[in-house]
Design a protein around this ligand. Structure first.
Ligand code: SF4
Ligand code: SF4
Length: 222
């Protein structure tokens, strides 16, 4: 079907004058911008690690597995996070819940998350129906081997213990009464995200022999 000429907007090519043709105004404009940067002495380099960055409120860092009000792992081993994960870095071993846990059928006997394979997209915490998995503001984790960065259930629960009192963590799981975030009346009142001080970041010591447990030489800086 031919195009109606009324639907066509014709744009006239701008005419270039003498000075534009010499490119001198454009060169002068570029030099002005360059000189502005050269004479701007405001510091642009952050003196890390002495200076800690102020992270955005919704920063997605290392994961944690939350505990419920009884201290039990909140996860119900529904596998939704592992299914949603585009990096395929979550492995869960589901088991029947202990008899004295009448509020659920299953729990994770093991929960392994490869922090190096993760792309920190946040899909896992979005998928979790019980706010059991969350991403924290911890960003400066290191390990001496790849295996050390594969966190098991104890390590992920340990991160919860370390971060649960940090008002910046969590900031997203406010949809129910299940997570600590649910106790925050108004997330907008949270100030800029802050990070846990280096001295407070003792490495979690998972129980030896558990799948994905960091080896003894593991040393994380957080
Ligand atoms: S943040 Fe994304 S990539 Fe990482 S474990 Fe969660 S779903 Fe997978
Ligand atoms: S962390 Fe949440 S989504 Fe993942 S298995 Fe546990 S309950 Fe399901």
């Amino acid at each position: 079907m031919p195009i109606n000429p009324k639907d066509v907007t014709w744009i006239k090519e701008p005419e270039i004058g003498f000075w534009e043709a010499t490119f001198l105004p454009a060169i002068a404009k570029g030099l002005r911008i360059t000189l502005g940067h050269v004479t701007d002495y405001r510091p642009v380099t952050q003196q890390y690690p002495e200076q800690r960055p102020v992270l955005p409120q919704h920063y997605r860092g290392v994961h944690r597995l939350n505990r419920d009000e009884k201290g039990r792992v909140k996860c119900v081993a529904c596998m939704l996070c592992a299914t949603a994960c585009p990096a395929n870095c979550i492995a869960i071993e589901a088991a029947a819940a202990p008899p004295d846990w009448p509020d659920r059928d299953k729990y994770p006997a093991e929960f392994v998350l490869d922090e190096l394979r993760c792309i920190y997209c946040g899909m896992c915490e979005e998928a979790c129906p019980v706010d059991a998995i969350e991403l924290t503001h911890i960003y400066d984790m290191t390990g001496e081997s790849r295996a050390a960065m594969v966190f098991n259930k104890d390590a992920l629960l340990g991160i919860y213990d370390k971060t649960k009192d940090n008002p910046a963590d969590p900031v997203r799981t406010a949809r129910g009464r299940l997570g600590p975030a649910s106790e925050l009346k108004n997330l907008a009142t949270l100030g800029p995200a802050t990070t846990v001080e280096r001295g407070d970041r003792a490495a979690t010591a998972p129980s030896p022999g558990v799948i994905g447990a960091p080896p003894p030489e593991t040393r994380n800086t957080w």
